[in-house]
Design a binder for this molecule. Sequence first.
Ligand SMILES: [Zn+2]
Length: 592
Amino acid sequence: MDEKSPETSTEANTPADAGPNNQDSPEQQNRSSESGNPAPPAIGSAGPIPPPPVAKPRIGETRPATGDESGQGDGEPGAGSGKRRRRRRGGRGRGGGQGQQGQQDKQDQGSGKQGGGKQGGGQKGKQGGRQSRRNQPVEAITDDGPLELDEETLKTRRGRERRGKPLGRYLMCVSVAGGATQIAVLEGRNLIEHYLSRPADDVSEIHGNIYLATVQNVLPGMEAAFVDIGTPKNAVLYRGDLQFDPEEVEGGGKARIEQVLKARQTILSQVTKNPIAHKGARLTQEVSLPGRFVVLVPNSSTYGISKRLPEGERKRLRSVLDKVKPAEHGLIVRTAAEDITAEELERDVNRLVQQWTDIEALVKKSSAPSLLYREPEAVFRFIREEFTKDYRGVMIDDRELFEKVLVYVQGVNPALADRIQFYDSGTESLPLFERHHIHEQLRKAVDRKVWLPSGGSLIIEHTEALTVIDVNTGKNVGKKSLEETVFRNNLEAAEETARQLRLRDIGGIIVIDFVDMEVRKNREAVATTLRDALARDKTRTQVFDISDLGLVEMTRKRIGEGLLESFSERCADCDGRGVALDEDLLLARPGK
Ligand SMILES: [Zn+2]
Protein backbone atom coordinates (compact mmCIF):
# COMPACT_ATOMS: atom_id res chain seq x y z
CA MET A 1 0.00 0.00 0.00
CA ASP A 2 2.99 2.29 0.20
CA GLU A 3 2.28 3.92 -3.12
CA LYS A 4 -1.10 5.06 -2.05
CA SER A 5 -1.12 5.77 1.61
CA PRO A 6 -2.28 9.29 2.32
CA GLU A 7 0.45 11.89 2.47
CA THR A 8 0.18 12.90 6.02
CA SER A 9 3.31 14.52 7.22
CA THR A 10 2.10 14.75 10.75
CA GLU A 11 -0.21 12.13 12.04
CA ALA A 12 -0.04 13.65 15.43
CA ASN A 13 -2.90 13.63 17.79
CA THR A 14 -3.84 17.06 18.75
CA PRO A 15 -5.62 16.91 22.05
CA ALA A 16 -9.24 15.97 21.71
CA ASP A 17 -11.31 18.79 20.41
CA ALA A 18 -14.39 19.12 22.51
CA GLY A 19 -16.21 21.49 20.20
CA PRO A 20 -17.48 19.28 17.40
CA ASN A 21 -18.12 16.39 19.69
CA ASN A 22 -20.44 18.34 21.89
CA GLN A 23 -22.15 19.90 18.96
CA ASP A 24 -22.47 16.49 17.49
CA SER A 25 -23.77 14.37 20.26
CA PRO A 26 -27.53 15.02 20.12
CA GLU A 27 -27.78 13.89 16.55
CA GLN A 28 -25.44 11.02 17.18
CA GLN A 29 -27.63 9.68 19.88
CA ASN A 30 -30.59 9.72 17.60
CA ARG A 31 -28.90 8.01 14.77
CA SER A 32 -30.77 4.77 14.87
CA SER A 33 -34.14 6.37 15.24
CA GLU A 34 -33.85 8.73 12.28
CA SER A 35 -37.14 8.70 10.51
CA GLY A 36 -37.15 11.85 8.45
CA ASN A 37 -36.53 10.01 5.22
CA PRO A 38 -38.91 7.14 4.58
CA ALA A 39 -36.69 5.37 2.11
CA PRO A 40 -33.63 4.13 3.99
CA PRO A 41 -34.30 0.83 5.66
CA ALA A 42 -33.39 0.47 9.30
CA ILE A 43 -29.74 0.31 9.99
CA GLY A 44 -28.43 -3.18 9.72
CA SER A 45 -31.44 -4.58 7.91
CA ALA A 46 -29.33 -5.76 5.04
CA GLY A 47 -25.78 -6.71 4.52
CA PRO A 48 -23.46 -8.19 7.03
CA ILE A 49 -24.32 -7.78 10.63
CA PRO A 50 -21.19 -6.60 12.36
CA PRO A 51 -20.12 -8.77 15.24
CA PRO A 52 -20.59 -7.28 18.67
CA PRO A 53 -17.91 -4.78 19.48
CA VAL A 54 -14.93 -5.95 21.43
CA ALA A 55 -15.82 -5.64 25.04
CA LYS A 56 -12.28 -5.08 26.16
CA PRO A 57 -11.68 -1.44 27.01
CA ARG A 58 -8.81 0.19 25.23
CA ILE A 59 -6.19 2.38 26.71
CA GLY A 60 -7.13 5.95 26.21
CA GLU A 61 -10.84 5.45 26.62
CA THR A 62 -12.61 6.76 29.59
CA ARG A 63 -15.44 4.30 29.34
CA PRO A 64 -15.69 0.69 28.36
CA ALA A 65 -16.10 -0.02 24.67
CA THR A 66 -19.53 -1.48 24.92
CA GLY A 67 -20.69 0.05 21.68
CA ASP A 68 -22.98 2.51 23.38
CA GLU A 69 -24.25 5.26 21.17
CA SER A 70 -22.69 7.96 23.27
CA GLY A 71 -19.34 6.94 21.88
CA GLN A 72 -20.37 8.02 18.44
CA GLY A 73 -19.26 11.57 18.45
CA ASP A 74 -15.69 10.86 19.24
CA GLY A 75 -14.40 10.75 15.72
CA GLU A 76 -12.40 13.86 16.42
CA PRO A 77 -12.29 15.25 12.94
CA GLY A 78 -10.21 18.19 14.02
CA ALA A 79 -7.07 16.20 14.56
CA GLY A 80 -4.38 17.25 12.19
CA SER A 81 -6.81 18.52 9.62
CA GLY A 82 -4.94 21.73 9.16
CA LYS A 83 -1.72 19.94 8.40
CA ARG A 84 -2.91 17.34 6.00
CA ARG A 85 -1.58 17.28 2.52
CA ARG A 86 -3.46 15.17 0.14
CA ARG A 87 -2.24 13.20 -2.75
CA ARG A 88 -3.95 13.86 -5.98
CA ARG A 89 -4.59 11.24 -8.50
CA GLY A 90 -5.50 11.76 -12.11
CA GLY A 91 -8.94 10.35 -11.62
CA ARG A 92 -10.83 13.28 -10.29
CA GLY A 93 -13.16 15.20 -12.47
CA ARG A 94 -13.78 12.38 -14.87
CA GLY A 95 -17.44 11.88 -15.61
CA GLY A 96 -18.09 8.55 -13.97
CA GLY A 97 -16.88 9.19 -10.46
CA GLN A 98 -18.49 8.70 -7.12
CA GLY A 99 -20.56 11.82 -7.47
CA GLN A 100 -22.80 9.91 -9.80
CA GLN A 101 -22.61 6.89 -7.63
CA GLY A 102 -23.99 8.83 -4.72
CA GLN A 103 -26.83 10.11 -6.84
CA GLN A 104 -27.58 6.70 -8.17
CA ASP A 105 -27.87 5.40 -4.66
CA LYS A 106 -30.16 8.18 -3.69
CA GLN A 107 -32.41 7.29 -6.59
CA ASP A 108 -32.35 3.69 -5.56
CA GLN A 109 -33.43 4.63 -2.12
CA GLY A 110 -36.05 7.02 -3.41
CA SER A 111 -37.69 4.23 -5.31
CA GLY A 112 -38.20 2.29 -2.14
CA LYS A 113 -35.52 -0.27 -2.74
CA GLN A 114 -35.27 -2.72 0.04
CA GLY A 115 -32.06 -4.56 0.50
CA GLY A 116 -33.63 -7.38 2.43
CA GLY A 117 -36.17 -8.19 -0.24
CA LYS A 118 -33.52 -9.21 -2.68
CA GLN A 119 -32.07 -11.86 -0.57
CA GLY A 120 -32.26 -15.38 -1.80
CA GLY A 121 -32.88 -14.69 -5.45
CA GLY A 122 -29.88 -12.49 -5.99
CA GLN A 123 -27.31 -15.11 -6.66
CA LYS A 124 -25.88 -14.99 -10.11
CA GLY A 125 -23.88 -17.64 -11.84
CA LYS A 126 -21.51 -15.01 -13.12
CA GLN A 127 -20.13 -14.52 -9.65
CA GLY A 128 -18.65 -17.97 -9.89
CA GLY A 129 -19.72 -18.71 -6.37
CA ARG A 130 -17.09 -16.42 -5.00
CA GLN A 131 -19.45 -14.00 -3.49
CA SER A 132 -21.91 -16.74 -3.03
CA ARG A 133 -24.27 -16.07 -0.17
CA ARG A 134 -26.55 -13.11 -0.28
CA ASN A 135 -24.95 -9.82 0.52
CA GLN A 136 -21.81 -11.31 1.95
CA PRO A 137 -19.00 -8.82 1.51
CA VAL A 138 -16.66 -9.41 -1.39
CA GLU A 139 -13.35 -10.90 -0.31
CA ALA A 140 -9.97 -10.52 -1.95
CA ILE A 141 -9.27 -13.38 -4.33
CA THR A 142 -6.45 -15.44 -2.90
CA ASP A 143 -7.18 -18.86 -4.37
CA ASP A 144 -7.34 -18.60 -8.15
CA GLY A 145 -5.04 -21.54 -8.73
CA PRO A 146 -1.31 -22.10 -8.97
CA LEU A 147 0.76 -20.06 -11.37
CA GLU A 148 2.87 -21.98 -13.87
CA LEU A 149 6.24 -20.45 -14.59
CA ASP A 150 8.98 -21.84 -16.80
CA GLU A 151 12.04 -23.26 -15.10
CA GLU A 152 14.22 -20.36 -16.25
CA THR A 153 12.00 -17.76 -14.59
CA LEU A 154 11.61 -19.82 -11.46
CA LYS A 155 15.36 -20.07 -11.17
CA THR A 156 15.84 -16.31 -11.10
CA ARG A 157 13.07 -15.91 -8.55
CA ARG A 158 14.17 -18.49 -6.05
CA GLY A 159 15.83 -17.35 -2.87
CA ARG A 160 19.36 -18.25 -1.90
CA GLU A 161 20.02 -21.49 -0.11
CA ARG A 162 22.88 -23.13 1.67
CA ARG A 163 22.92 -26.90 1.87
CA GLY A 164 19.21 -27.01 1.14
CA LYS A 165 18.35 -24.45 3.82
CA PRO A 166 16.75 -21.20 2.70
CA LEU A 167 18.69 -18.04 3.49
CA GLY A 168 17.28 -14.59 4.12
CA ARG A 169 17.47 -11.83 6.66
CA TYR A 170 13.91 -12.14 7.81
CA LEU A 171 11.66 -14.80 9.24
CA MET A 172 7.93 -14.45 9.77
CA CYS A 173 6.25 -16.46 12.51
CA VAL A 174 2.48 -16.66 12.55
CA SER A 175 0.74 -18.04 15.59
CA VAL A 176 -3.00 -18.59 15.82
CA ALA A 177 -4.73 -18.98 19.17
CA GLY A 178 -7.84 -17.83 20.93
CA GLY A 179 -9.36 -16.05 17.94
CA ALA A 180 -6.26 -13.93 17.48
CA THR A 181 -3.41 -14.17 15.03
CA GLN A 182 -0.01 -12.92 16.03
CA ILE A 183 2.56 -12.12 13.39
CA ALA A 184 6.16 -11.70 14.45
CA VAL A 185 8.92 -10.60 12.11
CA LEU A 186 12.46 -11.48 13.06
CA GLU A 187 15.60 -9.99 11.57
CA GLY A 188 18.21 -12.60 12.33
CA ARG A 189 17.04 -13.60 15.79
CA ASN A 190 15.78 -10.16 16.76
CA LEU A 191 12.11 -9.40 16.89
CA ILE A 192 11.60 -6.23 14.85
CA GLU A 193 7.86 -6.11 14.27
CA HIS A 194 4.79 -7.64 15.83
CA TYR A 195 1.12 -7.50 14.87
CA LEU A 196 -1.83 -8.74 16.79
CA SER A 197 -4.86 -9.23 14.63
CA ARG A 198 -8.35 -10.53 15.20
CA PRO A 199 -9.48 -11.70 11.77
CA ALA A 200 -13.14 -11.96 12.73
CA ASP A 201 -13.17 -8.41 13.98
CA ASP A 202 -15.02 -6.17 11.55
CA VAL A 203 -14.81 -3.30 14.00
CA SER A 204 -11.22 -2.34 14.68
CA GLU A 205 -9.36 -4.03 11.85
CA ILE A 206 -11.01 -2.46 8.84
CA HIS A 207 -8.25 -0.68 6.96
CA GLY A 208 -8.88 -1.06 3.23
CA ASN A 209 -12.46 -2.22 3.64
CA ILE A 210 -15.05 -0.65 1.34
CA TYR A 211 -18.48 0.37 2.60
CA LEU A 212 -21.76 1.59 1.36
CA ALA A 213 -22.08 4.25 4.01
CA THR A 214 -24.50 6.85 5.25
CA VAL A 215 -23.47 10.42 5.93
CA GLN A 216 -24.56 11.20 9.48
CA ASN A 217 -23.77 14.85 9.70
CA VAL A 218 -21.54 17.34 7.98
CA LEU A 219 -19.39 19.63 10.08
CA PRO A 220 -18.54 22.63 7.90
CA GLY A 221 -16.27 24.14 10.55
CA MET A 222 -14.17 20.99 10.63
CA GLU A 223 -14.30 20.44 6.86
CA ALA A 224 -15.32 16.90 7.70
CA ALA A 225 -18.32 14.63 7.96
CA PHE A 226 -19.23 11.82 10.30
CA VAL A 227 -20.18 8.77 8.34
CA ASP A 228 -21.96 5.64 9.49
CA ILE A 229 -20.27 2.51 8.15
CA GLY A 230 -22.13 0.13 10.42
CA THR A 231 -19.42 -0.05 13.07
CA PRO A 232 -20.06 1.11 16.64
CA LYS A 233 -18.10 4.27 16.06
CA ASN A 234 -18.75 6.64 13.18
CA ALA A 235 -15.97 7.11 10.63
CA VAL A 236 -14.67 10.49 9.50
CA LEU A 237 -14.45 11.76 5.94
CA TYR A 238 -12.44 14.94 5.36
CA ARG A 239 -12.99 17.45 2.59
CA GLY A 240 -9.68 16.45 1.01
CA ASP A 241 -10.80 12.85 0.65
CA LEU A 242 -14.02 13.59 -1.20
CA GLN A 243 -14.50 12.66 -4.78
CA PHE A 244 -17.05 14.46 -6.87
CA ASP A 245 -17.67 15.91 -10.27
CA PRO A 246 -17.08 19.68 -10.02
CA GLU A 247 -19.76 20.27 -12.62
CA GLU A 248 -22.38 18.55 -10.52
CA VAL A 249 -22.05 20.61 -7.37
CA GLU A 250 -22.42 24.21 -6.43
CA GLY A 251 -19.01 25.75 -5.92
CA GLY A 252 -17.35 23.52 -8.55
CA GLY A 253 -13.86 22.31 -7.78
CA LYS A 254 -13.68 24.57 -4.75
CA ALA A 255 -16.94 23.31 -3.32
CA ARG A 256 -17.10 23.14 0.43
CA ILE A 257 -17.92 19.85 2.09
CA GLU A 258 -21.45 20.94 2.91
CA GLN A 259 -22.02 21.62 -0.80
CA VAL A 260 -20.99 18.08 -1.68
CA LEU A 261 -22.38 15.96 1.15
CA LYS A 262 -25.73 16.02 2.87
CA ALA A 263 -26.87 14.16 5.93
CA ARG A 264 -28.40 10.75 5.15
CA GLN A 265 -26.74 10.64 1.74
CA THR A 266 -25.42 7.22 0.72
CA ILE A 267 -21.80 7.15 -0.37
CA LEU A 268 -19.22 4.60 -1.35
CA SER A 269 -16.12 4.91 0.78
CA GLN A 270 -13.01 3.08 1.85
CA VAL A 271 -11.20 3.04 5.16
CA THR A 272 -7.69 4.49 4.99
CA LYS A 273 -7.03 4.27 8.69
CA ASN A 274 -8.28 1.97 11.40
CA PRO A 275 -10.14 3.49 14.31
CA ILE A 276 -7.64 4.08 17.09
CA ALA A 277 -8.59 4.60 20.70
CA HIS A 278 -11.27 7.29 20.68
CA LYS A 279 -10.81 8.30 17.05
CA GLY A 280 -13.11 6.89 14.40
CA ALA A 281 -11.85 5.27 11.20
CA ARG A 282 -10.76 7.61 8.46
CA LEU A 283 -12.39 7.31 5.06
CA THR A 284 -11.74 8.26 1.49
CA GLN A 285 -14.06 8.26 -1.50
CA GLU A 286 -11.11 7.49 -3.75
CA VAL A 287 -11.63 3.76 -3.67
CA SER A 288 -8.84 1.45 -4.78
CA LEU A 289 -8.12 -2.26 -4.68
CA PRO A 290 -4.56 -3.35 -3.96
CA GLY A 291 -3.12 -6.40 -5.64
CA ARG A 292 0.37 -7.76 -5.41
CA PHE A 293 1.71 -5.97 -8.48
CA VAL A 294 -0.88 -3.33 -9.26
CA VAL A 295 -3.51 -1.24 -7.51
CA LEU A 296 -6.82 -0.94 -9.35
CA VAL A 297 -8.48 2.47 -9.15
CA PRO A 298 -12.04 1.94 -10.37
CA ASN A 299 -13.65 4.51 -12.62
CA SER A 300 -10.53 6.58 -12.92
CA SER A 301 -8.05 7.64 -15.58
CA THR A 302 -5.11 7.17 -13.21
CA TYR A 303 -2.26 5.31 -14.83
CA GLY A 304 0.88 5.40 -12.76
CA ILE A 305 3.97 3.26 -12.81
CA SER A 306 6.27 3.39 -9.81
CA LYS A 307 9.07 5.87 -10.44
CA ARG A 308 11.42 3.55 -8.61
CA LEU A 309 11.38 1.21 -11.61
CA PRO A 310 13.95 1.68 -14.38
CA GLU A 311 12.76 3.40 -17.55
CA GLY A 312 12.98 0.31 -19.78
CA GLU A 313 11.01 -1.77 -17.30
CA ARG A 314 8.34 0.88 -17.03
CA LYS A 315 7.97 0.82 -20.78
CA ARG A 316 7.63 -2.95 -20.85
CA LEU A 317 5.05 -2.97 -18.06
CA ARG A 318 3.07 -0.28 -19.79
CA SER A 319 2.95 -2.22 -23.03
CA VAL A 320 1.73 -5.32 -21.18
CA LEU A 321 -0.86 -3.41 -19.20
CA ASP A 322 -2.19 -1.49 -22.17
CA LYS A 323 -3.58 -4.81 -23.36
CA VAL A 324 -5.20 -5.90 -20.09
CA LYS A 325 -6.24 -2.67 -18.42
CA PRO A 326 -9.99 -2.07 -18.64
CA ALA A 327 -10.58 1.32 -20.25
CA GLU A 328 -12.82 2.61 -17.49
CA HIS A 329 -10.46 1.83 -14.61
CA GLY A 330 -7.15 3.24 -13.52
CA LEU A 331 -4.03 1.36 -12.45
CA ILE A 332 -1.04 2.07 -10.30
CA VAL A 333 1.86 -0.29 -10.91
CA ARG A 334 3.89 -1.13 -7.84
CA THR A 335 7.62 -1.66 -7.60
CA ALA A 336 6.94 -5.33 -6.91
CA ALA A 337 6.00 -5.62 -10.60
CA GLU A 338 9.63 -5.46 -11.67
CA ASP A 339 10.56 -8.40 -13.94
CA ILE A 340 7.13 -9.92 -13.52
CA THR A 341 5.75 -11.85 -16.52
CA ALA A 342 2.86 -10.64 -18.63
CA GLU A 343 0.74 -13.51 -17.35
CA GLU A 344 1.32 -12.58 -13.74
CA LEU A 345 0.37 -8.97 -14.36
CA GLU A 346 -2.67 -10.04 -16.27
CA ARG A 347 -3.79 -12.36 -13.49
CA ASP A 348 -3.32 -9.66 -10.90
CA VAL A 349 -5.38 -7.19 -12.91
CA ASN A 350 -8.07 -9.78 -13.57
CA ARG A 351 -8.40 -10.68 -9.91
CA LEU A 352 -8.91 -7.03 -9.03
CA VAL A 353 -11.33 -6.37 -11.85
CA GLN A 354 -13.34 -9.40 -10.77
CA GLN A 355 -13.40 -8.11 -7.21
CA TRP A 356 -14.60 -4.73 -8.39
CA THR A 357 -17.30 -6.31 -10.57
CA ASP A 358 -18.50 -8.26 -7.54
CA ILE A 359 -18.48 -5.11 -5.42
CA GLU A 360 -20.54 -3.21 -7.99
CA ALA A 361 -23.03 -6.05 -8.11
CA LEU A 362 -23.25 -6.04 -4.35
CA VAL A 363 -23.82 -2.27 -4.24
CA LYS A 364 -26.97 -2.76 -6.28
CA LYS A 365 -28.52 -5.09 -3.74
CA SER A 366 -27.25 -3.49 -0.56
CA SER A 367 -28.50 -0.70 1.56
CA ALA A 368 -26.32 1.53 3.65
CA PRO A 369 -24.59 1.05 5.92
CA SER A 370 -23.02 -2.19 4.79
CA LEU A 371 -19.66 -3.74 4.23
CA LEU A 372 -19.00 -4.31 0.52
CA TYR A 373 -15.41 -5.45 0.46
CA ARG A 374 -13.31 -6.92 3.21
CA GLU A 375 -9.52 -6.92 3.01
CA PRO A 376 -8.00 -10.34 3.58
CA GLU A 377 -6.69 -11.07 7.03
CA ALA A 378 -3.38 -9.68 8.19
CA VAL A 379 -1.15 -12.54 7.06
CA PHE A 380 -2.30 -12.22 3.45
CA ARG A 381 -1.88 -8.47 3.50
CA PHE A 382 1.57 -8.86 4.96
CA ILE A 383 2.58 -11.37 2.33
CA ARG A 384 1.07 -9.28 -0.45
CA GLU A 385 3.03 -6.22 0.66
CA GLU A 386 6.24 -7.60 2.12
CA PHE A 387 7.06 -11.18 1.26
CA THR A 388 10.19 -11.47 -0.88
CA LYS A 389 13.20 -13.76 -1.05
CA ASP A 390 14.66 -11.73 1.81
CA TYR A 391 12.41 -13.88 3.95
CA ARG A 392 13.97 -17.22 4.76
CA GLY A 393 10.56 -18.48 5.73
CA VAL A 394 7.02 -17.98 6.92
CA MET A 395 6.16 -20.40 9.73
CA ILE A 396 2.49 -20.84 10.50
CA ASP A 397 1.30 -22.94 13.43
CA ASP A 398 -2.27 -23.31 12.20
CA ARG A 399 -2.93 -25.96 9.57
CA GLU A 400 -5.92 -24.30 7.93
CA LEU A 401 -4.31 -20.88 7.69
CA PHE A 402 -1.10 -22.46 6.42
CA GLU A 403 -2.95 -24.20 3.61
CA LYS A 404 -4.74 -21.02 2.54
CA VAL A 405 -1.54 -18.99 2.59
CA LEU A 406 0.27 -21.67 0.63
CA VAL A 407 -2.39 -21.63 -2.09
CA TYR A 408 -2.15 -17.84 -2.24
CA VAL A 409 1.63 -17.83 -2.59
CA GLN A 410 1.49 -20.60 -5.21
CA GLY A 411 -0.71 -18.23 -7.18
CA VAL A 412 1.35 -15.06 -6.82
CA ASN A 413 4.90 -16.11 -6.03
CA PRO A 414 5.39 -19.83 -6.76
CA ALA A 415 9.19 -19.65 -6.64
CA LEU A 416 8.97 -18.95 -2.93
CA ALA A 417 6.04 -21.23 -2.10
CA ASP A 418 8.35 -23.75 -0.41
CA ARG A 419 9.23 -21.07 2.13
CA ILE A 420 5.72 -21.17 3.51
CA GLN A 421 5.87 -23.81 6.22
CA PHE A 422 3.55 -25.46 8.65
CA TYR A 423 4.86 -25.52 12.19
CA ASP A 424 3.21 -28.46 13.86
CA SER A 425 3.01 -27.64 17.56
CA GLY A 426 1.71 -31.15 18.11
CA THR A 427 5.00 -32.77 17.17
CA GLU A 428 7.47 -29.97 17.89
CA SER A 429 8.85 -29.86 21.39
CA LEU A 430 8.23 -26.13 21.82
CA PRO A 431 5.50 -23.75 20.67
CA LEU A 432 6.49 -21.62 17.68
CA PHE A 433 6.92 -18.34 19.57
CA GLU A 434 8.96 -20.01 22.28
CA ARG A 435 11.15 -21.76 19.79
CA HIS A 436 12.20 -18.40 18.33
CA HIS A 437 12.32 -16.58 21.69
CA ILE A 438 9.54 -14.28 20.59
CA HIS A 439 7.62 -14.35 23.87
CA GLU A 440 10.75 -13.36 25.72
CA GLN A 441 11.36 -10.43 23.39
CA LEU A 442 7.73 -9.35 23.52
CA ARG A 443 7.87 -9.21 27.27
CA LYS A 444 10.82 -6.85 27.09
CA ALA A 445 9.02 -4.78 24.50
CA VAL A 446 6.22 -3.89 26.91
CA ASP A 447 8.61 -2.79 29.66
CA ARG A 448 9.08 0.85 30.52
CA LYS A 449 12.81 0.41 30.64
CA VAL A 450 15.11 -0.71 27.85
CA TRP A 451 18.78 -1.39 28.55
CA LEU A 452 21.44 -0.08 26.21
CA PRO A 453 24.57 -2.13 25.46
CA SER A 454 26.95 0.08 27.49
CA GLY A 455 24.81 0.22 30.61
CA GLY A 456 22.60 3.22 29.83
CA SER A 457 18.86 2.95 29.40
CA LEU A 458 15.71 4.33 27.81
CA ILE A 459 12.56 4.97 29.79
CA ILE A 460 9.48 4.99 27.57
CA GLU A 461 6.42 6.79 28.91
CA HIS A 462 3.09 7.32 27.22
CA THR A 463 0.93 10.35 27.82
CA GLU A 464 -2.38 11.29 26.29
CA ALA A 465 -0.80 13.55 23.68
CA LEU A 466 2.64 12.08 23.10
CA THR A 467 5.25 9.51 23.98
CA VAL A 468 8.31 10.59 25.92
CA ILE A 469 11.60 8.71 25.75
CA ASP A 470 14.08 9.61 28.43
CA VAL A 471 17.70 8.66 27.81
CA ASN A 472 19.92 7.86 30.79
CA THR A 473 23.62 7.08 30.97
CA GLY A 474 24.96 4.14 32.88
CA LYS A 475 26.74 4.55 36.20
CA ASN A 476 30.03 3.41 34.78
CA VAL A 477 31.53 6.49 33.16
CA GLY A 478 34.81 4.76 32.27
CA LYS A 479 38.05 6.49 31.47
CA LYS A 480 36.96 8.56 28.49
CA SER A 481 35.79 12.14 28.81
CA LEU A 482 32.26 12.79 29.98
CA GLU A 483 31.29 14.28 26.63
CA GLU A 484 32.58 11.19 24.85
CA THR A 485 30.73 8.85 27.21
CA VAL A 486 27.51 10.77 26.83
CA PHE A 487 27.91 10.92 23.07
CA ARG A 488 28.41 7.13 22.79
CA ASN A 489 25.45 6.55 25.05
CA ASN A 490 23.24 8.84 22.96
CA LEU A 491 24.27 7.10 19.76
CA GLU A 492 23.20 3.77 21.24
CA ALA A 493 20.01 5.38 22.44
CA ALA A 494 19.24 6.73 18.95
CA GLU A 495 19.61 3.26 17.41
CA GLU A 496 17.58 1.60 20.11
CA THR A 497 14.85 4.24 19.99
CA ALA A 498 14.26 3.58 16.29
CA ARG A 499 14.08 -0.15 16.97
CA GLN A 500 11.69 0.25 19.88
CA LEU A 501 9.34 2.61 18.03
CA ARG A 502 8.95 0.06 15.27
CA LEU A 503 8.65 -2.97 17.52
CA ARG A 504 6.23 -1.26 19.89
CA ASP A 505 4.38 0.35 17.02
CA ILE A 506 4.41 3.73 18.69
CA GLY A 507 2.83 6.47 16.61
CA GLY A 508 1.97 10.15 16.90
CA ILE A 509 4.26 12.71 18.51
CA ILE A 510 7.39 11.39 20.19
CA VAL A 511 9.80 13.49 22.23
CA ILE A 512 13.25 12.10 23.01
CA ASP A 513 15.26 13.63 25.82
CA PHE A 514 18.88 12.80 25.04
CA VAL A 515 21.55 13.39 27.64
CA ASP A 516 22.99 16.90 27.21
CA MET A 517 25.95 17.21 24.88
CA GLU A 518 28.25 20.20 24.73
CA VAL A 519 29.67 19.63 21.28
CA ARG A 520 27.41 20.64 18.46
CA LYS A 521 28.94 18.16 16.03
CA ASN A 522 28.00 15.38 18.45
CA ARG A 523 24.42 16.60 18.73
CA GLU A 524 24.12 16.56 14.96
CA ALA A 525 25.65 13.10 14.76
CA VAL A 526 23.05 11.75 17.19
CA ALA A 527 20.21 13.28 15.16
CA THR A 528 21.67 11.80 11.97
CA THR A 529 22.01 8.38 13.57
CA LEU A 530 18.39 8.52 14.63
CA ARG A 531 17.26 9.50 11.13
CA ASP A 532 19.31 6.75 9.50
CA ALA A 533 17.98 4.14 11.90
CA LEU A 534 14.42 5.28 11.30
CA ALA A 535 14.92 5.03 7.55
CA ARG A 536 14.82 1.23 7.92
CA ASP A 537 11.29 1.54 9.26
CA LYS A 538 8.72 1.37 6.48
CA THR A 539 6.33 3.50 8.50
CA ARG A 540 6.76 7.16 7.75
CA THR A 541 8.58 9.28 10.31
CA GLN A 542 9.69 12.86 10.52
CA VAL A 543 12.49 14.07 12.80
CA PHE A 544 12.98 17.71 13.70
CA ASP A 545 16.26 19.30 14.75
CA ILE A 546 17.47 18.95 18.30
CA SER A 547 16.10 21.79 20.43
CA ASP A 548 17.96 24.13 22.78
CA LEU A 549 17.07 21.89 25.69
CA GLY A 550 18.44 18.84 23.92
CA LEU A 551 15.02 17.43 22.99
CA VAL A 552 14.30 15.77 19.69
CA GLU A 553 10.72 16.03 18.49
CA MET A 554 9.53 13.56 15.93
CA THR A 555 6.38 12.01 14.54
CA ARG A 556 5.68 8.51 13.39
CA LYS A 557 2.64 7.59 11.42
CA ARG A 558 0.08 5.89 13.58
CA ILE A 559 -0.82 2.48 12.21
CA GLY A 560 -2.15 0.35 15.02
CA GLU A 561 -2.98 0.69 18.66
CA GLY A 562 0.56 -0.08 19.69
CA LEU A 563 2.05 -3.20 21.21
CA LEU A 564 1.46 -2.19 24.82
CA GLU A 565 -2.21 -1.46 24.15
CA SER A 566 -2.60 -4.81 22.37
CA PHE A 567 -1.41 -6.64 25.44
CA SER A 568 -2.81 -4.58 28.25
CA GLU A 569 -5.74 -2.91 29.87
CA ARG A 570 -5.71 0.30 31.79
CA CYS A 571 -5.32 -0.33 35.50
CA ALA A 572 -8.74 -0.13 37.06
CA ASP A 573 -7.44 0.84 40.49
CA CYS A 574 -5.61 4.02 39.54
CA ASP A 575 -7.12 4.59 36.10
CA GLY A 576 -3.70 4.32 34.55
CA ARG A 577 -2.17 7.10 36.59
CA GLY A 578 0.13 4.76 38.41
CA VAL A 579 -0.27 6.21 41.90
CA ALA A 580 -2.14 5.18 45.02
CA LEU A 581 -3.60 8.24 46.70
CA ASP A 582 -3.46 8.50 50.48
CA GLU A 583 -7.17 8.79 51.07
CA ASP A 584 -6.66 9.42 54.77
CA LEU A 585 -4.68 12.60 54.17
CA LEU A 586 -7.24 13.77 51.67
CA LEU A 587 -10.08 13.52 54.17
CA ALA A 588 -11.67 16.80 55.19
CA ARG A 589 -10.20 16.37 58.67
CA PRO A 590 -7.01 14.35 58.30
CA GLY A 591 -6.12 12.03 61.11
CA LYS A 592 -9.54 11.99 62.72
ZN1 LIG B 1 -2.77 1.27 38.92
